[in-house]
Design a binder for this molecule. Structure first.
Ligand code: NAP
Ligand code: MG
Length: 496
């Protein structure tokens, strides 16, 4: 691998010792004594040994979260929770270079994204710190006014199981922690086995910020740990981000004690370019709608519909742009695409590249793994644009989770809305046009949780994000995210 990965000064957190679980405010090995290896996807080399949580550790973490929920944490006022979240925001900001480096080493996201990730992570913590003190119930004028008075209070739902994938380890962890803590819940966080380092480090920072022991527990492990957590009778709510298939397991596992569930799942999002769009903006826009994070983004605009009269020209420009992107060592600040997260993901994505070609699509850019000497040990794939794609091909229907665009022509607006909706998913979507009426018609017609007009992947702590259809239910970000962690109690007072 390139020079930077070999010479990089590793964060002190990577001290060669196994990274432990955070349970009840203490760093502990797994009860089984088992560990697993975290791999650097740029080099294929081992980064760290991680304690592997199993069902016994999940029991301990859930018990700790329950004790904290019913004990010290329940006495904290919203203003105290706000203060501690602001303190955590300060610490995350202070240690952000280290946290970003851990993510880059662990899952390959380019270090060039650090500034944007910092803004988002710190912004989420500050935003939910604000909402901690501005959430309230209502006084309600009822039909028996004068005899009985009624009001509602918002109460935390309880112990939250936060189960996350690997594609944004730190950001995804904070995305769930910030509103859950703002609401007064306690959390057992299960990061993905492929990239657990920054969530474990974040757990330490939670303690340093003054969050009481047991309020945040971090249990790295495999699907077995996630399954134990999802089925655990001591858990009140599951906040899950991941694949639709595992999301379905989660729903089944939640049935035992009727847990609340929110699901942020997969996508196969349509991105629609009309001939009247600003094509100079739409070309890089459509490219980075998929190539950012090497395509490992749930809302990636992977089904690219281009109006037929500009289709060939657009696809040619897109292919040219894709070929200018720098794929390589994610620690190099000029790198735009790092590796895929794992050998498994590499196999999955290259399998789809092969499938696309076999099915008759043409790779006008990329289409292969990168095997140059410097990158051969890592899991690098060239940014790929397929043309000659038809809607029924696997590459146009299934979530690849790699840097792969499937471009298809369309002729009119009703047709493209119908084809855009012809998917089991409904997460992101995009439309590029100068015609406000067409933009509005597409925005109204698409069944997706987000529509971006003349932009893509804009995200903000204040704006809700989530899925329609099999992309899940519940919303993250915005005030709606607080509702996922709250329940409403109605109180009646006889007044006569
Ligand atoms: P995944 O396989 O569904 O895994 C997600 C998490 O669930 C991991 O922590 C995983 O543990 C755990 N898990 C696995 N089996 C489980 C079970 N039976 N019960 C409970 N937990 C279990 O997803 P992935 O492949 O890591 O991530 C990619 C997927 O996430 C894509 O579909 C992508 O679209 C989706 N995603 C969605 C969003 C969104 O906001 N909508 C954001 C990012 C990603 P292990 O670590 O051991 O596998
Ligand atoms: Mg890793």
């Amino acid at each position: 691998m390139g020079i930077l990965n070999e010479q990089a000064v590793l964060p002190a957190f990577l001290d060669g010792k196994p990274k432990l679980l955070l349970i009840d405010g203490k760093l502990v090995p797994a009860k089984s004594g088992r560990t697993f290896k975290s791999i650097n996807p740029a080099t294929g080399k081992v980064l760290a040994e991680i304690a592997e949580a199993g069902p016994a550790d999940i029991d301990l973490a859930v018990a700790a979260a329950r004790r904290a929920f019913e004990g010290p944490w329940s006495k904290w006022k919203a203003f105290d929770r706000q203060a501690v979240l602001l303190k955590l925001a300060e610490l995350v900001d202070k240690h952000f270079d280290e946290l970003a480096m851990l993510d880059t080493l662990d899952m390959g996201g380019p270090i060039a994204g650090t500034a944007a990730k910092r803004k988002r992570a710190v912004g989420l913590l500050r935003f939910y710190a604000g909402l901690a003190t501005s959430t309230h119930g209502q006084t309600i004028e009822n039909s028996m006014a004068g005899e009985v008075f009624s009001y509602t209070v918002k109460e935390p739902v309880g112990v939250v199981a936060a189960i996350n994938p690997w594609n944004g380890p730190l950001g995804l962890a904070i995305w769930k922690l910030a509103p859950a803590l703002a609401c007064g819940c306690t959390v057992v966080l299960k990061p993905a086995e492929q990239a657990p380092l920054s969530p474990l480090r974040l757990g330490e920072l939670c303690l340093e910020a003054g969050i009481p022991p047991g309020v945040v527990n971090v249990v790295a492990g495999f699907g077995e740990a996630g399954a134990a957590l999802a089925a655990h009778p001591g858990v009140d709510k599951i906040a899950f981000t991941g694949s639709t298939e595992v999301g379905q397991h989660i729903i089944r596992a939640s049935a035992g004690n009727l847990k609340r569930v929110s699901l942020e799942l997969g996508g196969k999002s349509p991105n629609i370019v009309f001939a009247d769009a600003d094509l100079d903006a739409a070309v890089p826009g459509a490219a980075m709608a998929v190539f950012a994070n090497s395509g490992q983004i749930c809302s990636a605009g992977t089904r690219l519909f281009v109006e037929r009269k500009v289709h060939d020209e657009f696809v040619e420009k897109l292919a040219k742009f894709a070929k200018t992107l720098k794929v390589g060592d994610p620690l190099d600040p000029t790198t735009q695409l790092g590796p895929l997260v794992s050998d498994t993901q590499l196999e999955r994505v290259t399998g789809y590249l092969q499938r696309g070609k076999t099915d008759g699509a043409e790779a006008v850019a990329g289409g292969n793994r990168i095997t140059d000497a410097a990158l051969a040990e890592g899991y690098f794939v060239a940014p790929t644009v397929f043309s000659n794609v038809v809607d029924s091909m696997a590459i146009a229907r299934e979530e690849i989770f790699g840097p792969v665009i499937s471009a298809m022509p369309f002729d009119d607006i009703d047709e493209v809305i119908r084809r855009g909706n012809d998917t089991e998913y409904g997460l992101g979507s995009g439309v590029w046009t100068r015609n406000i009426n067409n933009a509005q018609k597409v925005a109204k017609g698409l069944r997706a949780g987000t529509v971006w007009i003349n932009c893509y992947q804009a995200m903000d702590p204040a704006v809700p994000f989530g899925g329609y259809k099999m992309s899940g239910y519940g919303r993250e970000s915005g005030t709606e995210h607080m509702d996922e962690f709250l329940q409403t109690k109605a109180v009646w007072i006889k007044t006569t």
